[in-house]
Design a protein. Structure first.
Length: 177
């Protein structure tokens, strides 16, 4: 399992030891507002951890816990997975942060590392992301990654905006990589 590093974060494949930090984030209505619309119960967080561990074993990629280096806390979580969790669909990138870590550039920092993993490590031909139409903060992170809005579609049982970037577009925007 791959651990990723940024200037301020260590992205660790989610495991049981991350439960408390993940639950502290996922139980907050403001975190889940644009994801499921409802706070997660402890049982739902445990089930998510089990699903994620299985995906790491099967696919070799899934969700990471974002460990804030200065505090040691779980600052957020993010993923590379198949869109709508269906192998054969494009690779999807996603993230969420605990409100204590909002507006510090950490989502963009983590997203850059995860996108590099998808394109350089997995050789993904493209990377997509979905967001609730009202989630402008995630749209800004997607724009910083070089993603283009592709339109509204139904993903994960809800109407979501789809954004994407090809591997060629990714490499063209990062010529020094």
């Amino acid at each position: 399992m791959t651990i990723l590093h940024t200037a301020r974060l260590r992205l660790e494949p989610i495991r049981d030891a991350h439960f408390e930090g993940l639950q502290a984030m996922n139980r907050l209505p403001e975190v889940m507002r644009y994801i499921s619309g409802a706070p997660e119960t402890p049982e739902q967080t445990r089930e998510m951890i089990e699903r994620v561990k299985a995906r790491w074993a099967e696919w070799g990629f899934s969700w990471w816990a974002f460990i804030h280096l200065a505090s040691g806390r779980v600052a957020g979580a993010g993923c590379i997975q198949y869109l709508d969790r269906q192998p054969g669909n494009p690779h999807e990138i996603g993230w969420r942060l605990h409100p204590d870590f909002w507006r510090q550039g950490l989502a963009s920092e983590a997203a850059e590392a995860m996108a590099a993993f998808a394109f350089d490590g997995l050789q993904a031909p493209e990377l997509v992301a979905v967001r609730h139409p009202d989630n402008r903060d995630s749209a800004k992170v997607m724009e910083r990654l070089g993603m283009q809005e592709r339109g509204l579609g139904t993903w994960y049982g809800a109407d979501m905006m789809l954004h994407g970037i090809s591997a060629a577009q990714w490499r063209a925007r990062r010529p020094l990589r």
